[in-house]
Design a protein around this ligand. Structure first.
Ligand code: SF4
Ligand code: SF4
Length: 441
């Protein structure tokens, strides 16, 4: 028998240039300490935190510096040992103002003192408490507090925990490196997740362009009959929650519903490893692995960086810009946030910094729709992006909603495929804002 292997996947999606070779072979190295870390008080979806420190205070690495009593929230910890210089408002990576604790690091940083805890007998509620105390959030970008995800509604039992190890965004390679360098800890983190929700099955979904990671994680999970490593087609957005659940289990999450509706919980690679570190070592989430890459970076790589490190320091740590930068993106090019400058600090959900050249940024000028249907073919949510865009242009918000604007999760497949350069995601965002405002009236 010959021919190409076929892997599990979903319907729709695109095959953008992945450009992962720029950083995938680079082992994770520690980023140098910046002159100051700027730690946003809110790095999660949910209630805002209040500061627990004031200017002039000494802080130790891993010390809690901001928290909230609200359930849907996650505390924030000092990422360095040092002195609080200021508590101030800055423009964060989304363009919104965020309150931050600015810390000047000590010249000498003590090693984090790892505890050696027995994690084999932790109960479900103990694991949830650990996740909360460590400030864990989804590290794939969504930044939803992990302890909240670990407490699904009583009438929606979770039988399957899925590790999203697709890393389907072009350029990013930090999850790939974690799987190669920390596969055992990933599997241990998955087991903690399974125990927290009482799931009998764990699935790790990895795209077929990372077969070395498939081998490493399969080796790490050998002997665990309740865990399976599945190979998925290389396609964007394979790692989107609903697409991943369908590809791996055949279950369809209904519009507007959460994965627990179909008995699933999805967490990404970084979050699973961070849960293991929190449970076994007592380590809060104050640093993370991320990728600094793109044709506009001299020496792309994967860095272990302290939360609050400004993008500029990470770019410098990777040799600086290669020529004039066209665009600096926090996150991947499909779902990340363009940065007007390099001052914004990284947060728990930052998986990468991508720098594109001016040529790569030139996407063409919007033209009239030629009715080719490509946007409809690629939409993984089976929406009609062309009709949504037309409705928005005419201010017909009821029609935009009818064509599914609220179900769009802004993956960008439609914009990527459109020969008329129609910025569909911009139109969808506008529709969502208008429809939500109308519903509030
Ligand atoms: S309409 Fe939304 S979900 Fe569909 S392809 Fe476009 S951005 Fe993705
Ligand atoms: S891909 Fe662009 S040109 Fe083609 S139908 Fe959709 S909006 Fe129109």
């Amino acid at each position: 028998m010959s021919g190409r292997a076929t892997y599990k996947t979903f319907k729709g999606g695109i095959h953008p240039p992945y450009n992962k070779e720029l950083a995938s072979g680079k082992a994770v190295r520690e980023a140098p300490l910046p002159p100051e870390v700027i730690i946003p008080l809110q790095q999660h979806i949910g209630a805002p935190n209040e500061p627990l420190v004031k200017p002039g205070d000494r802080v130790e690495v891993g010390q809690k510096i901001a928290s909230s009593e609200a359930f849907v929230s996650a505390p924030v910890h000092a990422s360095v040992a040092g002195t609080v210089k200021d508590i101030t408002e800055i423009t964060g990576f989304t363009g919104a103002k965020v309150k931050c604790v600015v810390v000047t690091p000590d010249a000498e940083q003590p090693e984090f003192r790892k505890q050696d805890r027995d994690i084999t007998s932790l109960s479900d509620s103990e694991i949830r408490d650990i996740a909360r105390e460590a400030g864990l959030v989804g590290m794939g970008g969504a930044a939803f507090p992990t302890h909240v995800k670990l407490a699904p509604p009583k009438d929606k039992p979770v039988d399957t925990v899925i590790i999203n190890a697709c890393e389907c965004e072009p350029f990013l390679t930090c999850d790939h490196r974690l799987m190669l360098e920390r596969p055992v800890d990933l599997v241990r983190g998955l087991k903690l997740l399974m125990r927290a929700v009482g799931a009998k099955k764990g699935l790790i979904g990895i795209e077929a362009n990372k077969m070395d990671a498939v081998d490493a994680v399969r080796d790490a999970a050998a002997g665990d009959t309740d865990i399976a490593v599945e190979v998925l087609e290389v396609k964007y957005p394979e790692g989107a929650e609903k697409m991943l659940i369908y590809a791996l289990t055949g279950r369809k999450v209904p519009p507007g519903k959460l994965p627990s509706e179909v008995g699933c919980l999805v967490q990404n690679v970084g979050t699973a490893v961070a849960l293991y570190e929190a449970a076994a070592w007592g380590k809060p989430l104050y640093e993370r692995v991320l990728t600094v890459t793109g044709p506009g970076i001299k020496e792309p790589g994967n860095l272990l960086a302290r939360i609050g490190t400004p993008i500029s320091a990470l770019i410098e740590a990777c040799g600086g810009f290669a020529g004039d930068p066209g665009k600096v993106i926090m996150g991947g090019p499909m779902t990340g946030w363009a940065q007007p400058d390099t001052n914004a600090p990284i947060v728990k959900g930052t998986s990468g910094v991508v720098v594109l050249t001016p040529e790569a940024v030139d996407v063409g000028t919007e033209e009239e729709c030629v009715r080719c249907g490509k946007c409809v073919d690629v939409c993984p949510m089976f929406l009609l992006p062309n009709f949504i865009a037309q409705s928005v242009k005419k201010g017909q918000w009821d029609k935009a909603e009818m064509w599914g604007a609220l179900d769009c999760f802004e993956c960008g497949c439609c914009s990527f495929s459109c020969p008329a350069y129609i910025p569909h995601v911009d139109y969808v965002r506008k529709a969502k804002a208008e429809i939500t405002a109308l519903k509030r009236k």
